[in-house]
Design a protein around this ligand. Structure first.
Ligand code: HEC
Length: 115
């Protein structure tokens, strides 16, 4: 967790995530196909999306409302919390920091995916 140089606080994020869990699941896995999985998602991406929702640059009636209630600090903490959860959820007890190969998580594949 030390690699997140900023003051993101996973425990604070967890404390804030209570409301989010009713849709995104206690383990960060969406409870319906329309509710995004957040577990294991990269924190900077989550921060960006939440800032976009907050600013109205990304429109979703539900998320716009929730994001507007979050401070920048809340957003950083929530992002750090969800990033710390195992992708796919369920195995929340055995949180072992897994070494993922950069090639598996590299965003360049999708980002450079021109139509
Ligand atoms: C009432 C249900 C609901 C609640 C509560 C809720 N969300 Fe969401 N969330 C959604 C939906 C639906 C989407 C998909 C929006 C879209 O289609 O653009 C979403 C999308 C997101 C995304 C973008 C995911 C992605 O992959 O782009 C993030 C991040 C997010 N929510 C975080 C949160 C956080 C943090 C909270 C608590 C503060 C929260 N949500 C509470 C329903 C909810």
């Amino acid at each position: 967790m030390g690699f997140m140089a900023r003051s993101a606080d996973i425990d604070m994020g967890k404390a804030k995530a209570g409301i989010c869990a009713s849709c995104h699941g206690a383990d960060g896995v969406g409870l319906s196909p329309l509710y995004a999985n957040l577990a294991g998602q990269k924190a900077p991406y989550l921060v960006k999306q939440l800032q976009n929702f907050k600013a109205g640059n990304r429109t979703d009636p539900t998320m716009n409302i929730f994001a507007k209630q979050l401070s920048d600090e809340d957003i950083e903490n929530l992002a750090a919390y969800y990033e710390s959860l195992p992708a796919g959820g369920k195995s929340a007890e055995k949180v072992e920091p897994k070494q993922t190969k950069p090639s598996e998580t590299e965003p360049s594949k999708t980002e450079k995916n021109k139509k």
